[in-house]
Ligand binder design. Structure first.
Ligand SMILES: *[C@@H]1O[C@H](CO)[C@@H](O)[C@H](O)[C@H]1NC(C)=O
Ligand SMILES: *[C@@H]1O[C@H](CO)[C@@H](O)[C@H](O)[C@H]1NC(C)=O
Ligand SMILES: *[C@@H]1O[C@H](CO)[C@@H](O)[C@H](O)[C@H]1NC(C)=O
Length: 400
């Protein structure tokens, strides 16, 4: 048979389609074409791996792995490795990706992470689909036993994640680690208020990350920033319930921290335990500087503005930490245009260390009231130095 004949036969049998598996010219790699059952019960991990491998080795422009709509895909821990042949690769999630719900099912697997993209440049994760970790079975267990965060980007570059719904992770929902130039937008992340360690987004050892236009309501930080992180913008986020937007905790293991250029803008906190927070371990070294929180609204937030430079493991009888000679130097921090209500008496708490005081803090246009009528709120400062301008309510306690 000649080539035309072969082509005609392929056409008749419907084999010639853009998503023909194993073709290096394909651009669409649906997991269904790689054997996924999509019944929410069968393990579809192999199909996901195969679809990724094919897309990652495709030489076409923007090869795209597709997780189709109205289907539920059960997958075990998976690593999608780069680098890929194409300079851009997409992972489109329209259906639901589910993790096994019972912790016992995980024995024998690496439980530290569930879905991981490693070493990929030009990754685009998009769609209106859901990543459902079924984490509730883990929440009652001790922390050490449930480290399986939902999705991590490790050593990725020039990548975007947009539009995805995350629900009920066993721990963090999205972690950005050792990565550069990452855009995270239009995300929707939810877990119950009382679920432990279910941070929304954690960014660590990474540079140039923008988190924009997202809704995050979980049991821990909406967004947290870890050690060795710089040039991070967080904007247009609705946060709460949850523990607020936290720079930290930093320097946990007595290591030297380098954190700078962190800008948090246009975030609305609702019923969260913290608003703008910087938290460093007493044993930490190094610095956290050039941090700003601006155009923030607060609705019944427990600690609207909070610096805790005295964080420790072993607390004294009154829940306090003994003074140490070490500390992460916190400097050049701006709190500007922060308006709303506090659910506690101490609305501003700048608790800096005696040995490494906070310096260069500026406060302007702050108006925080109690969420209970007729009650006052106050600010408390310890070793916190800086300047105020314009209205600051409650009255600032910064030292010059
Ligand atoms: C963060 O915002 C500043 C301006 O406020 C901008 O210069 C910078 O490029 C932004 N960085 C990222 C990673 O979006
Ligand atoms: C961030 O989100 C806001 C609000 O939706 C939008 O106006 C702005 O263009 C977005 N910025 C970026 C860089 O995506
Ligand atoms: C500041 O931190 C120290 C050490 O943990 C603690 O004893 C103290 O109560 C804190 N002060 C405030 C006002 O939170």
């Amino acid at each position: 048979m000649n080539a035309v004949g072969v082509f005609a036969l392929m056409f008749i049998f419907g084999l010639y389609s853009a998503d023909l598996p194993f073709s290096s010219a394909a651009t669409i790699f649906s997991v269904l074409n790689y054997g996924a059952k999509a019944d929410g019960k069968t393990d579809d991990s192999k199909a996901f791996s195969a679809a990724w491998k094919a897309a990652c080795s495709a030489t076409t422009q923007n090869p795209t792995v597709v997780v189709p709509s109205s289907r539920n895909f059960l997958v075990y821990p998976l690593i999608f490795n780069g680098p890929c042949k194409s300079s851009q690769i997409s992972f489109q999630i329209i259906g639901t990706i589910s993790s096994p719900s019972s912790p016992s099912v995980w024995s024998g697997h690496d439980i530290s992470k569930w879905l991981t993209f490693n070493g990929v440049t030009g990754l685009l994760i998009t769609g209106t689909g859901t990543i459902d970790s079924h984490g509730s079975g883990w929440w009652g267990q001790s922390c050490r036993d449930h480290p399986n965060l939902a999705l991590s980007l490790i050593s990725c570059k020039q990548s975007t994640i947009s539009g995805i719904y995350f629900v009920n992770s066993a721990q963090e929902h999205l972690v950005i680690y050792l990565s550069n130039d990452i855009l995270i937008k239009n995300m929707h992340i939810t877990a119950p208020e009382n679920s432990p360690n279910t941070d929304g987004i954690h960014i660590e050892a990474s540079q140039n990350v923008l988190v924009n236009n997202s809704y995050i309501a979980t049991g821990d930080d909406c967004v947290s920033i870890g050690d060795m992180t710089s040039n991070i913008n967080i904007s247009f986020v609705n946060c709460g319930p949850g523990h607020g937007v936290s720079v930290g905790s930093l320097g946990k293991n007595g290591n030297s921290v380098k954190v700078e250029n962190i800008h948090v803008k246009r975030v609305n906190f609702k019923g969260s335990t913290n608003g703008a927070r910087i938290k460093t371990w007493q044993v930490g070294l190094g610095y956290a500087r050039k941090i700003s929180f601006e155009h923030i609204t607060l609705q019944s937030v427990q600690n609207p503005i909070y610096i805790d430079q005295n964080y420790c493991d072993i607390k004294g009888a009154r829940g306090n930490c003994a003074q140490k000679s070490t500390g992460v130097h916190i400097s050049e921090v701006t709190f500007n245009d922060i308006v709303g209500t506090s659910s506690t008496y101490v609305a501003i708490n700048l608790n800096c260390s005696q040995s490494v005081a906070c310096t260069g803090i500026t406060m302007s246009s702050i108006q925080i009231k109690s969420d209970k009528s007729g009650q006052q709120v106050i600010s408390k400062c310890t070793n916190a130095h800086g300047t105020n301008s314009g209205v600051v309510q409650p009255k600032s306690c910064l030292q010059s």
